[in-house]
Design a protein. Sequence first.
Length: 132
Amino acid sequence: MVVDDDEMVRRSTCGLLKTYPDIEVVCEGADGAEAVTKARGYRPDVILMDITMPTMSGLEATRIIKREIPSIQIVVVSGQDALREALSAGASAYVMKTELAERLVTELRKVQARGETFTSAGHESREPLIHF
């Protein structure tokens, strides 16, 4: 799941992720409250979560999701320096938006490897392995 209140950022990120055959974006959210609701319903492997959003912040949404569904890995993405806050909220990884394009897929794959599913670089399947 990709969660960001900026529609252009959200769509661009989803577009980037969809170019990888081992990644499937299963849903999107525009704020923290929507992230919590959709996490409960879709149960994605990984959530890419912005911090600053209306209704509920990404940090609060991260706390709730990790408390309710600890198996979901959350990668916090932000334009501000909030590493400590993100990790204390339960995030598995933190990526600055300025580094987003170059580090995003690498960090998502690292986070997925910490969960129940692990694949080697030589995996040949066309089936998506990481579900957002």
